[in-house]
Design a protein around this ligand. Sequence first.
Ligand SMILES: N[C@H](CCC[C@H](N)C(=O)O)C(=O)O
Length: 282
Amino acid sequence: MQFSKYHALGNDYLVLNPKDGDLPDEAGIVRICHRNFGLGSDGILYGPLDTDKADFGLRILNPDGSEAEKSGNGLRIFARYLFDAGLVKNEAFTVDTPGGVVTCKIADNAESITVDMGKVNFGMDHIPVDGPEQADHNIGQKLDINGTEYTAYIADIGNPHCVIPQPEISKELACKDGAVIEKHSLFPNRTNVQFLKVIDRNNIEIEIWERGAGYTLASGSSSSASAAVAHRIGLCDKEITVHMPGGKIGITIGDDFAVRMTGPATRVAKMDFDEEALGFSV
Ligand SMILES: N[C@H](CCC[C@H](N)C(=O)O)C(=O)O
């Protein structure tokens, strides 16, 4: 089964075009994405799919087999895949995701891609959260995790995010407390988690624990949500560079918290997955 592998700042995806095969079942996705027994990936992008809502349709699968409503890095990679396949050039085009329709545009060199990700919504209104109604979306949700009381800001850009400003952040913090928060009872659909360090009014740093994927080096929707929260609570302006272990993404916060994301997407390989590898049990 033919896959095209790309990465976006180290957040890697396998693109499966429907003409090359059907989307495997959950167990198959887990095996294909496995870092040792499979091709290794932070997820699968299945498309282009037919849709009457946009130029192209896309499904986004996490390496645990769960389906995501949106992926910022995944969308930049998909845009680059469509460009490499000669299906788009430098004009803007739209992609229909389960989390809404977005607009993509590829710069001349095809290495910088801009996606209008949609609006960020804050608080309980937009993602299922089982907790006391937030009186004011600017007031964070108190979370007691492993003995630490955090103030967390809930943000939704099609997929769910829990953004936690902290004076110091680390991979260890994301892996230890992010893993607990992902599955916290407050989030019946689970959530992506970002620990946020504000550098100045135009720069933030985040460490990420992704729903269904775990620790990743970069995340486009996490960058969008974190930048929107930092602006919403008055810590940053509207132009924000998000610094992550895998690299940086440019975010512009528009009216009503509509987010424009700009970053690279890098082609890695064409890979032919041998179905013999589907045989082991996870
Ligand atoms: N794991 C995420 C989807 C991928 C997000 C990330 N890779 C990005 O670039 O936005 C979720 O279940 O919502």
